[in-house]
Ligand binder design. Structure first.
Ligand SMILES: [Fe+2]
Ligand SMILES: [Fe+2]
Length: 299
């Protein structure tokens, strides 16, 4: 794609995927369709070597490092979901298999950009991250399994809503990062990633709608979890200062606030979840704490 067109597209940020209201809560994700559409991300045709001539700025690279680590951590989120009631639902399990595959290639694509700037990526970097997490990472599957045993199938409503919120913020974050960097190659790469994140949004948001609609107990459970446990994507994995930096870079200022409020409106439209103000709260200085417990996060 022509660089000018790419940038023009990025500067006019497209709407975050999702419908403004969920009544009636129609299913808009079809697993049969997703099974034939899923594919690894391709970037061989992009001028990655060109970053040597026109490098990205340090702030963009710092955010990309965060995204690389979180995309590659998706397989650990999958591990936590596998011990939840999700394993009994063949459609969810089919989605998760393809989801983790697509997220892996998002990490690889960002790794190629980091490589081009002489920044470590891939296996050595991921191994260091996992080592750094230590006991917190080891207890997560146990906590996830215990939570599932205690709460039961309604925990899936928490997982699916949490996933939708994180996919909304991730997609918006990629598009905003490209916009702020002003780099045509990054703009095209993140456009491709964001397109796949849109399919993840369709899955999680439609699942969340179905599980929340007409179930007051599920709505109360999800509201409580979001209010007291939810933190921005990556908070349980990355140092708090990095999460703060990423949020400030992507959702700071008046433009960032517009995006944050747009995501909050998506959350408001889910059954029983209006008025939480999660994303705006995260952008306006609420302390970012690390969390060790469930539920799983989605990138
Ligand atoms: Fe991703
Ligand atoms: Fe995703």
């Amino acid at each position: 794609m022509e660089p000018a067109r790419v940038l023009a597209g990025v500067q006019a940020l497209p709407p975050i995927r999702g419908r403004p209201a969920c009544e009636p809560c129609a299913v808009r994700f079809q697993i049969e369709d997703y099974k034939v559409r899923t594919t690894r991300l391709h970037w061989d045709d992009l001028d990655i070597a060109g970053f040597a001539e026109r490098p990205l700025d340090p702030a963009t690279l710092r955010v990309l490092g965060y995204m690389h680590d979180i995309e590659h951590h998706t397989v650990c989120y999958l591990r936590d979901l596998l011990v939840s009631p999700a394993h009994a639902d063949p459609d969810i399990m089919a989605f998760l298999g393809f989801w983790v595959f697509e997220e892996f290639w998002h990490g690889e694509a960002i790794g190629a950009v980091l490589d081009a700037h002489g920044i470590e990526s891939g296996a050595p970097r991921i191994a260091k991250l996992r080592q750094r997490l230590g006991w917190r990472e080891r207890v997560r599957p146990v906590v996830a399994a215990l939570g599932s045993a205690v709460v039961g199938a309604r925990l899936l409503a928490v997982h699916m809503t949490w996933g939708a919120i994180n996919e909304w913020t991730t997609q918006a974050g990629y598009l905003r990062l490209a916009q702020r960097s002003g780099h045509p190659v990054l703009a095209e790469l993140t456009r491709r990633i964001a397109k796949q994140e849109g399919r993840h949004i369709d899955f999680y948001a439609s699942q969340a709608e179905q599980r929340l609609a007409g179930d007051r107990a599920a709505q109360r459970l999800v509201r409580r979890a979001l209010r007291h446990v939810w933190r921005p994507v990556g908070s349980g994995v990355m140092p708090a200062r990095e999460t703060r930096f990423v949020i400030d870079h992507l959702f700071g200022g008046d433009d960032g606030l517009v995006i944050a409020r747009r995501i909050d409106r998506r959350i408001d439209a889910l059954p029983g979840l209006s008025g939480l103000g999660l994303i705006e709260g995260a952008t306006t200085g609420r302390p970012i704490e690390s969390v060790t417990g469930p539920p799983a996060l989605a990138a």
